[in-house]
Design a protein around this ligand. Structure first.
Ligand SMILES: *Cc1c(COP(=O)(O)O)cnc(C)c1O
Length: 368
C-alpha cells in the first residue's frame, strides 16, 4: 500500500506541474461568474475585444514595455510561434542556444529550407551556453527559462548590428524579472507561470522586430496566413486574432494579470518565485539524498526546480507516492530520463505550499 502522508503535512493545493500549471481557484470562480456574458459570444464584439485589450494592456504594464514596443497575439501556442518566426522573423540565419528540449525545438523550426542552416550552440542539460556574434546571423535566440531542465539564462541584448534578440519566455514570463529593453521579442504562452490554459501565444515586440516583420512580409516570401506575424500584428492592433481564440484562456489570463499587477507586478512575482524555489534548493543542498540538478547556482531557475536523487531513492516511486496523496506532476521532463523530481514554483503556487511539499517529501523519504 502507498505511504499515506498525514494531512497536516500536505499542501493546500497539490498542483506543482510545469505546464499546464496551477490555475488559482479565484480565477476559475471569476471565469464562472463571467459565464454567459462572455463564453459563447462573438470574438468580433466588445466583450471579447475588450478582454483582448485588457490582456494586452496588462501585459504591457507587467513587462514595463519600453516605448514603441507592442504586444501581439496569435493562436497555436509557443510551438506555432517558432514556425511563425521561421517564416516571418528570421531574415536569413538564426543562432539558437540549445540547453534543453524547448530551445532545441526552436532550432529545428529555424532549420527551414528557405533559410541558411541555424548556428546551433548546444550545452549539456543542466548547464547553458552564451550567444556569440557571428557574421550573417540576424537573429539570436534562447529560452529565458528552459523548462525541461530548470536552467534560467540572463536576457541580455546581443550587440550585433541589425540583429534581433529573441527570447522564449514561455515559462518565465511574469515569474522572473526582466528588462525588455534587452530583447526584441519576448514571447510566451499563458499556461505556465501565467496560470491560464494553452493554445495562444503572446509576444512583446520591439520597433526593430516590427520593422523586420513588415520587411519580410513585403519581401514576397511565401508565408502561410495562419503563421504570418504581420497578420498577427495587424489583428492585435484591432484587439483580435486571425481566427477564433480560446475565450476561457483569455479570461483566466486576464484575472491572473490583474492579480499579479495588483500585488506589485513583476518585482513582487519575482520575489515570490525566488522565495519558493529558494526553499527547495536549500532543502536539496542540505539533504544527504538530494542535490540541485543545476550545479551552477546562478543558472538555477526560480520557477522550475529540478532535483536529482541518489541511487538509493527511486524518484519515480517518490513522485508516484506524492501523486497518490494528491501532489501531482512532480515527475521530471520525460525525455531527460533522470532520477529526478521537477517542481514548478510559479507565482500562483503559495510559498507555504512549497514548504508543505518539502515536509511531505521528507515524510515519504523517512517511511520508504
Ligand atoms: C511549454 C514550453 C513551450 C511550448 O509551449 P506550447 O504553448 O505548448 O507550444 C515552449 N517553450 C518553453 C520554454 C516552454 O516551457
Amino acid at each position: 500500500m502507498a505511504i499515506e502522508i498525514p494531512r497536516e503535512l500536505l499542501p493546500v493545493d497539490g498542483r506543482f506541474g510545469c505546464g499546464p500549471s496551477k490555475v488559482r481557484p479565484a480565477q476559475i470562480e471569476a471565469l464562472a461568474a463571467a459565464g454567459a456574458s462572455l463564453l459563447g459570444t462573438s470574438h468580433r464584439q466588445a466583450p471579447v475585444k475588450g478582454l483582448v485589450r485588457s490582456v494586452r494592456e496588462q501585459l504591457s504594464a507587467l513587462l514595463r514595455l519600453p516605448d514603441g514596443y507592442e504586444i501581439i497575439v496569435g493562436n497555436g501556442g509557443s510551438t506555432a510561434f517558432w514556425d511563425a518566426a521561421a517564416f516571418g522573423l528570421i531574415e536569413n540565419r538564426a543562432q539558437n542556444l540549445v540547453f534543453g528540449e524547448f530551445g532545441g525545438k526552436f532550432a529545428k523550426a529555424a532549420a527551414a529550407p528557405w533559410l541558411q542552416a541555424p548556428d546551433v550552440r548546444q550545452a549539456e542539460p543542466g548547464t547553458r551556453t552564451e550567444a556569440e556574434i557571428v557574421d550573417g546571423v540576424d537573429l539570436y535566440a534562447w529560452p529565458h527559462n528552459e523548462t525541461s531542465t530548470g536552467v534560467a539564462a540572463p536576457v541580455r541584448r546581443v550587440a550585433a548590428e541589425g540583429a534581433l534578440t529573441v527570447i522564449d519566455a514561455t515559462s518565465a514570463a511574469g515569474g522572473i524579472d526582466v528588462d525588455l529593453a534587452e530583447a526584441d521579442v519576448y514571447y510566451f504562452a499563458p499556461q505556465k507561470n501565467l496560470g491560464s490554459d494553452g493554445g495562444l501565444w503572446f509576444a512583446a515586440v520591439s520597433p526593430a522586430a516590427i520593422d523586420r516583420i513588415e520587411r519580410i512580409a513585403a519581401s514576397g516570401r511565401y508565408i502561410p496566413e495562419f503563421l504570418s506575424l504581420k497578420n498577427a500584428l495587424d489583428n492585435s492592433r484591432l484587439e483580435q486574432t486571425l481566427n477564433t481564440p480560446a475565450l476561457a484562456t483569455l479570461h483566466l489570463l486576464d484575472s491572473q494579470l490583474q492579480w499579479i499587477n495588483g500585488n506589485g507586478g513583476l518585482t513582487w512575482a519575482a520575489a515570490r518565485t525566488a522565495e519558493s524555489s529558494g526553499e527547495l534548493y536549500a532543502w536539496a543542498e542540505a539533504s544527504p539524498v538530494a542535490t540541485p540538478f543545476v550545479r551552477a547556482a546562478e543558472d538555477r531557475s526560480p520557477v522550475v526546480v529540478t532535483i536529482d536523487f541518489a541511487d538509493e531513492v527511486d524518484a519515480a516511486a517518490l513522485a508516484k507516492t506524492l501523486r497518490a496523496n494528491g501532489i501531482v506532476d512532480t515527475e521530471p521532463y520525460r525525455k531527460l530520463g533522470r532520477n529526478q523530481l521537477r517542481i514548478a514554483t510559479f507565482v500562483s503556487i503559495e510559498p507555504e505550499d512549497v514548504r508543505q511539499l518539502i515536509r511531505s517529501i521528507d515524510h515519504v523519504l523517512a517511511h520508504s
